[in-house]
Write a new protein. Structure first.
Length: 193
């Protein structure tokens, strides 16, 4: 069976890319964010399931440092990781090839526990990320907050994903077409003749 993961900033196009590659390769697309709903019912996850949603977003972006924000994302991802890892192992046990996609598959966690590779998708521009934040707001509804989201996701969080991905040997992409080629290569996909 074949497996890959896609990580990276919110609004980078990870889900769209995963669905596209899954369709070409007959893999299933596993959106790790779907695990959040069941986790909301477990009190031990409460500090992290709603961590970002419970913040005053505008104030958060104006007061947090890039290092503090990344540390928050790391703590959240590490809290979720046992649940994510169980889901990944359950899919592997089922014998289905799969593409696992989500922001919480951080490179240091993948490197430690996964026996397959993946990519980090960072987004092609701050403007593209901003347009996606406007189309599907993450926290706040105001244009001002959506602009702050885009700035933070693209300028700060993206750099952290890049640094960690490079540290652990995973390729990063700003262009989803190039990321798709790498994923198809990792899945050893050969187009029909």
């Amino acid at each position: 069976m074949r497996y890959v993961f896609i990580t990276g900033i919110p609004t980078a196009g990870k889900s769209h890319l995963a669905k596209k590659v899954a369709q070409k390769t007959n893999c299933i697309h596993v959106d790790i964010d779907d695990l959040r709903d069941p986790m909301t019912k477990n009190p031990s996850f409460e500090p992290w399931v709603n961590f970002f949603a419970n913040q005053d977003e505008e104030k958060y972006w104006q007061t947090v440092t890039p290092e503090e924000h990344w540390n928050n994302l790391v703590k959240q991802s590490e809290a979720f990781w046992p649940t994510i890892l169980k889901k990944i192992h359950d899919i592997q046990q089922s014998g289905q090839s799969a593409i696992f996609e989500g922001v919480n598959i951080l490179p240091h966690l993948a490197h430690k526990d996964l026996d397959f590779s993946g990519v980090a998708l960072i987004g092609s521009s701050q403007e593209e990320v901003f347009q996606r934040c406007k189309k599907e707001p993450r926290w706040g509804e105001s244009i001002k907050v959506q602009y702050l989201e885009a700035e933070w996701f693209f300028m700060h969080e993206g750099k952290m994903y890049e640094q960690e991905a490079h540290k652990y040997g995973y390729k990063t992409f700003r262009n989803s077409e190039e990321a798709e080629k790498e994923l198809l290569h990792l899945l050893q996909y050969e187009p029909p003749r």
